[in-house]
Each structure stands twice: as structure tokens, then as C-alpha cells.
Design a protein around this ligand. Structure first.
Ligand code: DQA
Length: 143
């Protein structure tokens, strides 16, 4: 069974109470549960990681031996060359996810350092963004 690593960046541990009008009412635990259920139907095995610390996210990417990564780098999307370089060094399919539509928001959210080293980006579908990314990853790995 293929192993997919789900990485959540800073402040996503606060989902449910954090700006619910922008990010929705689901908690991170609920999002991960939905992902686990969807993974069963796609015959994928998931592991989860969340950190508010850039270097821990880099260490997690460096250390994985999974088959693909789905990452919401959150604010580090727009600032982190270190996360981009960690992904570039791995030669793994990676999909970038956002709950909100970052292109409808402040201009500092319009640039992603991570997107150029990902196979795709899904933004704006709320918690469903993660499920769409998992379907996309399954399709990519089955090609
Ligand atoms: C986010 C969008 C980012 O701009 C923001 O910093 C986040 C969450 C999203 O999922 O919509 O923390 O990645």
C-alpha cells in the first residue's frame, strides 16, 4: 500500500476556532479523520504531521520515506525557501493545499515559494481541498 504523508504548517492546529469565516469550522482532527476515511477508498495509508516551527517541517520532509506528500505550508508558503528546498531535494510527488483561495486574499498570499516544486496546487475549497489533493495524489501514483 502506498504511504502518503500529510503535513500541516503553522496555526493549522487552531482550526475550528481560528478565523472560521475564512478557514471553516472543522478542527484539524476532523480534517484528518475525513482524510483517513477517503484514504481507505483509495487504498492509501496516511501519516500526519503538524508543526508551527519551520525547521521541524524541513526535518519531517527530509526524513520521510513515503510515496507522496500533501502539504499545507500555511504562512510558510509565502516565505520559506527552506521548505521549498527540502521538497526539491526529495524527488517525491508533492501537492500544495490551501483551505482558503489565496488568490482572492491579500497580495502577500499570491506568491508561493513551494508551488514550483509541487506537481499541483489546490486552493479555495475549504477542508475539501485536502480530499481533492488526496484523489489527485492517488491518480498520479496510479498513472
Ligand atoms: C492557508 C493560507 C495561508 O496564506 C495562511 O497563512 C494560512 C492558511 C490556507 O490554508 O488557506 O495559515 O495556507
Amino acid at each position: 500500500m502506498k504511504q502518503i504523508l500529510i503535513i500541516h504548517g503553522p496555526n493549522l492546529n487552531q482550526l475550528g476556532t481560528r478565523e472560521p469565516d475564512i478557514y471553516g469550522a472543522k478542527t484539524l482532527t476532523e480534517i484528518n479523520e475525513d482524510l483517513s476515511n477517503h484514504a481507505k477508498s483509495l487504498n492509501l495509508q496516511l501519516t500526519f504531521f503538524q508543526s508551527n516551527i519551520e525547521g521541524e517541517l524541513v526535518d519531517c520532509i527530509q526524513g520521510t520515506n513515503c510515496d507522496g506528500i500533501i502539504i499545507n505550508p500555511a504562512a510558510y508558503t509565502h516565505t520559506s525557501i527552506a521548505i521549498r528546498d527540502a521538497i526539491a531535494g526529495k524527488q517525491l510527488p508533492v501537492i500544495e493545499v490551501h483551505l482558503s483561495n489565496v488568490y482572492q486574499r491579500e497580495s502577500f498570499r499570491h506568491h508561493s515559494h513551494v508551488a514550483p516544486v509541487c506537481i499541483g496546487q489546490i486552493t479555495g475549497f475549504g477542508a475539501t481541498s485536502y480530499l481533492l489533493a488526496l484523489s489527485g495524489m492517488a491518480d498520479h501514483l496510479n498513472r
